[in-house]
Ligand binder design. Structure first.
Ligand code: SF4
Ligand code: SF4
Length: 81
């Protein structure tokens, strides 16, 4: 488990499950998954907080502006490979 607080969050209402964030993540920390809700099963992006490096590439990629940083946290962006 990382000691840093988890910084990157997905708004499940805004997410359209397009998969763009999955393609943008350099370390495979985000996936589109099925989730059960009171109104049935939905597809939504989910971030693995133990893997996410808080680089923010998925935030840039999301056309629905469904991904954001929690609180006043800052992106820790590594160089693109
Ligand atoms: S890019 Fe945005 S809308 Fe598409 S799956 Fe990811 S969070 Fe959802
Ligand atoms: S912030 Fe970076 S490491 Fe975390 S899910 Fe988004 S693209 Fe992947």
């Amino acid at each position: 488990m990382k000691s840093d607080p988890f910084m990157v969050i997905v708004n499940q209402i805004k997410c359209k499950a397009c998969g763009g964030c999955v393609d943008s993540c350099p370390i495979g920390a985000i996936a589109v998954v099925q989730m059960e809700t009171d109104s049935g099963s939905i597809s939504v992006a989910q971030i693995d907080s133990d893997v996410c490096g808080n680089c923010g590439y998925c935030i840039d990629r999301c056309p629905s502006m469904a991904i954001s940083l929690a609180g006043d946290q800052k992106i820790k962006r590594p160089p693109k490979q």
